[in-house]
Design a protein around this ligand. Sequence first.
Ligand code: SF4
Length: 80
Amino acid sequence: MNSPVKRGDKKLTRREMVFGGLRCAALTAIGAGGAAAGLKRRKLLREGKCLNQGVCPQCNVFSECGLPRARAVRAQRGEG
Ligand code: SF4
């Protein structure tokens, strides 16, 4: 009844199963958080909203941003 579960040749203890499950849940939560952040960023850009409070030179999407402020900064720098 309380025999360890086998995975391949290795027997898993209850503790290993619990920690394995928690590890999977943590990885899933991190992945979901990253995906949600990416989707939110894309949505804001699609709606024409700034992601970085108008601090274009330090923004991660500066080179591909199509918002007026980013275009003005690029034009001012002569980057096209
Ligand atoms: S590049 Fe500038 S305008 Fe575009 S999201 Fe970043 S800070 Fe906002």
